[in-house]
Design a protein around this ligand. Structure first.
Ligand SMILES: Nc1ncnc2c1ncn2[C@@H]1O[C@H](COP(=O)(O)OP(=O)(O)OP(=O)(O)O)[C@@H](O)[C@H]1O
Ligand SMILES: [Mg+2]
Length: 241
């Protein structure tokens, strides 16, 4: 298997690390049937990639065999943000696999995080929806879920393109990232309905980028506030929250 070195995994402030740790523990409480997890949001920039990468790292560090699938095939930021170093200049990734140009073993990389594996997007495309509707995508998630304890899938936002709905329909559960004080309530409600229509159970909502001063759980050493809340998939109840 090829490997990728992530050079730039930021050290999180204490409060952030603790909140993500709680998220990790709560995911464990969701049981074995939630293995393929989509991390999504209503709009761009709410923190999907941030949450998925850090959650992936924490699950792996806790000894769970975890793969992060970068399914943002329109504008993946992982490679530049984490300064990934790979053997070749353009290593094969998700697009190559879905287009039938590579096999799963060629696009799965182990990393410098113990138990942490990555399926990156190394090449972006204009219309990934076509690739996501293939049996290859469904088969890939199923194969990964047989080998790994968790398959985390980072996606584009639900509100702008169909990719998120297509991915959600193939996952066991969803984490919806909501940017505190920014994402309109109506859009959050619409996203919950979208997930429900896709037949994907809502595992929880991650309220991200909470202003430290507004966070009741604020700890004096934390620079960022986080609050994650878990509840059932009842979308009306969830939208109210
Ligand atoms: N809780 C946080 N604390 C500090 N910075 C954060 C937090 N969440 C996200 N960010 C920063 O905000 C920016 C946007 O986050 P990120 O790329 O994860 O959003 P996204 O939802 O994946 O965006 P896109 O829709 O474009 O894929 C990044 O610079 C990220 O490091
Ligand atoms: Mg992203």
């Amino acid at each position: 298997m090829n490997s990728i070195f992530l050079n730039h995994l930021e050290k999180l402030p204490y409060g952030a690390e603790e909140a993500l740790n709680r998220l990790r523990v709560n995911i464990g409480f969701c049981g074995d049937r939630c293995k393929k997890i989509i991390i999504t949001s209503s709009t761009p920039n709410e923190g999907k990639s941030f949450v998925s990468t850090n959650l992936w790292r924490m699950l792996a560090e806790a000894g769970l065999h975890t793969v992060l699938v970068d399914a943002d095939m329109r504008k993946s930021v992982m490679r530049s943000r984490y300064q990934m170093v790979t053997g070749g200049r353009n290593p094969p990734g998700l697009v190559h696999f879905l287009a039938g140009q590579a096999e799963l073993d060629d696009v799965l990389y182990h990393t410098n995080i113990n138990n942490g594996y990555l399926l990156p997007t190394s090449y972006t495309v204009m219309n990934p929806a076509i690739l996501l509707q293939t049996d290859r995508f469904t088969g890939m998630l199923d194969s990964l879920s047989r080998v790994f304890d968790y398959v985390l899938v980072d996606t584009p936002p639900l509100n702008s393109v169909a990719d998120g709905d297509l991915i959600a329909s193939q996952c066991d559960g969803a984490l919806l990232v909501v940017r505190s004080g920014v994402t309109p309530r109506t859009l959050v409600g619409a996203s919950l309905k979208q997930l429900e229509r896709a037949g994907c159970e809502l595992m929880g909502v991650v309220l991200n980028r909470v202003e430290a001063k507004n966070n009741p759980y604020y700890y004096k050493y934390s620079r960022y506030g986080y609050y994650s809340d878990y509840y059932s998939s009842d979308s009306k109840e969830a939208a109210k929250k």
